[in-house]
Every structure is written in structure tokens, then in C-alpha cells.
Design a protein around this ligand. Structure first.
Ligand SMILES: [Zn+2]
Length: 173
């Protein structure tokens, strides 16, 4: 169990790290591929846990061993892994400017007011609000970084212009 705790912690940490990557927004393509890798890892971990649940169930049914505590533990872990997977998938959707219809789970454009597959009326859910906040923050950071670069370029340009101006003044004299 200790070993799994370590793996499980790793997965949770990975999920959180990947979320942090989004706020940096280095590049859309990079973010999406990184998230896809994390999502795949989490799915692999979920499948491993589901197999364990199967083994525990088999033990209980065939050998009459009480494995209910192990099953409950594994089910709780799967639940948490799925929550992490949902977070990652929401980020992938947001980067692609999509969201998931809560009714039919179809991928639809993010600003849709109605699902174009099942027709469900959509209200802005909490994850979309959080996502928007993350994006706004990322934009702020990007703008600040851009402003810093522009300021630096201006200084460089000024430094380049100053000797040229001095030379021109000299020539005029
Ligand atoms: Zn739908």
C-alpha cells in the first residue's frame, strides 16, 4: 500500500504541476501535449486500480476473503484520480476553446449557450469560471512580459540612436 501511495502522490503532483504549466502558457501546442501525457498517465493509473478492484473482488467471491477495506480504498483512489483527470481534460478543452456538454458529454464550442448535439441549455459552470480566471491571469503575465520586452527594446533602440544622433550633430558642425 505504501508503494501505491507514492505512485498516487506522484500522479496528483503531476496533475497539479500540469495545471501550473497552463498558467505559464508557454505555447498552446506544448501545453496540450503535456496535458495529454498527464491524462494518459492518469488513465493508466485508473486502469491499474480497476484491475486491483477486480482482484480483490475475485478473492472475496472465490476464497471468501474479506477484502472490503481494500476495495473501498481502491475505489476512493479511482474517484480521486478521475477528479484529476477531469481537471486535466477541462484544461485541454479550454486550450482548444471547447467545453464538454454536461448532458451528453459532447465536445462543443466553449461559448455555446446550447449544446449543438443534444440541445441542452448550458449555464457557465464553475470549472469554466475558474478556467477563465486562470486564462486572464496568464494573459496578464504575458502582457507584463511583453511590456518588459518592449521597454527593453526601447532602451536598446535609444542607445543605438544616441551615438548616431551624436555623429549626425558632429557632422553638422
Ligand atoms: Zn449535449
Amino acid at each position: 500500500m505504501g508503494k501505491f501511495d507514492e505512485i498516487f502522490d506522484d500522479v496528483v503532483v503531476n496533475a497539479k504541476a500540469a495545471v501550473a504549466v497552463v498558467s505559464k502558457k508557454a505555447s498552446t501546442v506544448y501545453d496540450t501535449s503535456k496535458h495529454k501525457i498527464t491524462a494518459a498517465e492518469i488513465r493508466g493509473e485508473i486502469n491499474k486500480k480497476l484491475r486491483e478492484i477486480g482482484k480483490f473482488t475475485y478473492k472475496r467471491e472465490v476464497f471468501g476473503v474479506d477484502t472490503s477495506a481494500e476495495i473501498a480504498q481502491a475505489v476512493a483512489e479511482v474517484r480521486e484520480l478521475k477528479e484529476n483527470l477531469d481537471i486535466i481534460n477541462a484544461h485541454i478543452d479550454a486550450v482548444r476553446n471547447q467545453k464538454k456538454c454536461p448532458q451528453c458529454e459532447a465536445k462543443i464550442p466553449r461559448n455555446s449557450l446550447f449544446c449543438n448535439i443534444c440541445g441542452a441549455k448550458l449555464t457557465e459552470d464553475e470549472s469554466a469560471v475558474v478556467e477563465q480566471a486562470v486564462e486572464e491571469k496568464a494573459e496578464e503575465v504575458a502582457e507584463a512580459a511583453e511590456a518588459a520586452v518592449v521597454a527593453e527594446e526601447a532602451v536598446v533602440a535609444e542607445e543605438a540612436v544616441a551615438p548616431a544622433e551624436a555623429a549626425a550633430e558632429e557632422a553638422a558642425e
